[in-house]
Design a binder for this molecule. Sequence first.
Ligand code: SF4
Ligand code: SF4
Ligand code: SF4
Length: 196
Amino acid sequence: MDNEEEKEAVNPARREFIRDAARGASVIGMTFAIGGLLPASAEEQGFVWQINPHKCTECGRCADECILQHSAVKAVHAYGMCGYCDLCTAYFKPEPYELNEGAENHMCPTDAVRRKHIDGPYYEYHIDEEHCVGCAKCVDGCRSFGNGSMHLQIQQDICVDCNSCSIAIACPSDSFEKVPADNPYMFKTEEDVWHQ
Ligand code: SF4
Ligand code: SF4
Ligand code: SF4
C-alpha cells in the first residue's frame, strides 16, 4: 500500500477513534500500540515528533499529509520576536483591498489569525488554534517580509505520535525531528530575530 492509499484507508471516523484512543491512553499513563491500528508510538520510546522551525520552507504539506482529518500542526506565535506591526504580512494578503479587518484582506484562508489593537500603530496577532489548519501561509508571509515570529509546531495534545509521521516523510526540507517527550516543543524566541 502506498502513502496515499494508507491515508485514504484511515477514514475520518477511524481517525477520530485513533485520536481519542491515544488521548485516553495518554491520560491513564498507558503505553501500548492501539489495537494494531498504529505502529508503536514514538512517545513509547521517550521521543515525539516536532518541527524544527529553522528548517521549514512553508511548503504547505503539513495541512494535507497528517493522518488526522484536521492536522496536528498549527501555527504559533513568538511574541518576543514580533514587531507588532500595523501592516502585518502574516495577517494581510500581499495586495489587500484595504488595510482593515475585512475577511477579503486576510492572508489566512480560515480566518485563524486574529489581531488586537495595543497602542498607537501597534497590534498584537494571535492564532486561533481551533481554526488553524497548518497551511503555513501566515508563516510564509511573516518570514518573507517580517521578523519570522509566526512558525509551525505539532500540537502534542492532538498528535497521536505515529512511529512514522506521514508529514515527516513528505516534508521536502527534512524539518521533522524527534525530541524528548518531556520537552516536546521547538518554539522560536526573541534571540531568533537575529537569525532570520
Ligand atoms: S494561515 Fe494557515 S497556518 Fe496560518 S493561522 Fe491560518 S490556517 Fe493556520
Ligand atoms: S505523528 Fe505526524 S502524521 Fe501522525 S498525527 Fe502527529 S503530526 Fe500527524
Ligand atoms: S512539510 Fe515541512 S517544509 Fe512543508 S510546511 Fe510542513 S514542516 Fe514546513
